[in-house]
Design a binder for this molecule. Structure first.
Ligand code: ADP
Ligand code: DP6
Ligand code: CO
Length: 357
């Protein structure tokens, strides 16, 4: 996109933001409402730092633009994508609700928008691109249209997990009770500085597009898995309380045990789906076995694994154990230049230019 410098004919505004991926330790797997994206259970994740895995989105409005357009990773995509539309419509509705005394600003609401987004990591490979991508889209649009207040419910309409990437630190997405989803929003459980020793290692087992998208996979699970209902009703509510307590008390042993069990349970629900869904491969399973053997040898939990809808492992561990665990992985899985270490951090606005004069 290039800006025409002729200020007499051109006016517009452009905002660029970045957003992190988040990796859940209590997993979201199942929707009770597909349209509003309301989950069958609450979930909890940490938003990671943005040095390695992030989305960057620029949104611009201009009088000169003829229609809304969207580019993803350098390629034009259809702006008619229903999830993009759901976010855009809700953003514009909220922007209209805000009373603009300034006429020039309310006029901007009728202009078309151009959105350009890039992920610096594989898209749709089970590394939470939809979370970073939609959080970034909604956050950027909210800045573009001067919308204040929580926008996690809008990000949720793009991709469920995206609502958690709106905030930094440990973030819970509450299941909510209301039909309109107004209480199914993201809330910070512990802020970014709460547990500074916590580290995350992302082990990229495969950067290929997954065979079954999260959306389709969880839809099949909701339709066919009895275990999913059992998990939502009888496991997650108490597990969530325990997890929040473990985070608040920085109790790594409890945190690690719950993280491992919840990942395994989500993948067990996938296997209970008919036909079964299997996101892990042999390498994923080898990593699991290696970690259990290592923890056993150490006499306590030194590292916890979790898997999203893909074969890639994400490890949560304390900083003092990073060197040992990296050596272990390098020993069993050489060469291993695919390890990315990240700190838990949050969403930030990278820069913002306002050229609407
Ligand atoms: P992942 O495991 O990467 O989250 P999903 O199947 O959940 O995979 O979602 C992938 C989809 O998310 C992509 O096909 C695309 O529609 C959307 N997406 C990913 N990144 C972005 C982005 N930066 N902006 C908008 N949409 C995105
Ligand atoms: C396994 O948020 O990608 O990563 O809401 O259909 O877009 P949609 O699904 P998505 O599902 C994420 C599933 C998960 C677990 C999690 O992040 O909690
Ligand atoms: Co996703």
């Amino acid at each position: 996109m290039t800006a025409n410098n002729d200020n007499t004919t051109w006016s517009g505004r452009s905002v660029t933001c970045t957003a992190p991926i988040n990796i859940a330790v209590i997993k979201y797997w199942g929707k009770r409402d597909e349209q509003l994206i309301l989950p069958t259970n609450s979930s909890l994740s940490a938003s990671l730092d943005q040095d390695h895995l992030k989305s960057t989105t620029t949104a611009s409005i201009s009088k000169e633009f003829k229609r809304d357009r969207l580019w993803l990773n350098g390629k034009e995509e259809s702006i008619e994508n229903p999830r993009i539309q759901n976010c855009l419509i809700e953003i514009r509705r909220r922007a209209r609700k805000r009373k603009h005394n300034d006429d020039s600003k309310s006029e901007m609401l009728n202009w078309s928008v151009h959105i350009c987004s890039e992920n610096n990591f594989p898209t749709a490979a089970g590394l939470a691109s939809s979370a970073a991508g939609y959080a970034c889209l909604v956050y950027t649009l909210s800045k573009l249209y001067d919308i204040n207040g929580d926008v996690s419910d809008i990000a949720r309409r793009g991709s469920g997990s995206a609502c958690r990437s709106i905030y930094g630190g440990f973030v819970q997405w509450t299941v909510g009770e209301k039909k309109n989803g107004s209480d199914s929003i993201a809330k910070v459980v512990a802020d970014v500085d709460h547990w500074p020793e916590m580290r995350v290692l992302v082990l990229v087992v495969s950067d290929q597009k997954k065979h079954t998208s999260s959306t389709n996979g969880m839809r099949n699970s909701v339709n066919t898995s009895d275990f999913l209902r059992y998990r939502a009703e009888h496991v997650v509510p108490s597990r969530m309380e325990e997890m929040i307590k473990a985070i608040e008390e920085k109790d790594y042993q409890k945190f690690a045990e719950l993280t491992i069990k919840d990942s395994n349970q989500m993948h067990a629900v996938c296997l209970d789906t008919y036909p079964p869904i299997s996101y892990m491969n042999d390498t994923s399973r080898k990593i699991i076995n290696m970690i259990h053997a290592f923890n056993k040898y150490q006499g306590e939990l030194k590292v916890a694994y979790t898997y999203d809808a893909g074969p890639n492992a994400v490890l949560y561990l304390l900083d003092e154990h990073v060197p040992d665990v990296v050596s272990l992985i390098n020993y069993y899985f050489p060469p291993c230049d695919n390890i990315r270490e990240t700190f838990i951090r949050g969403l930030k606005v990278d820069f913002k230019t306002d050229i609407s004069q």
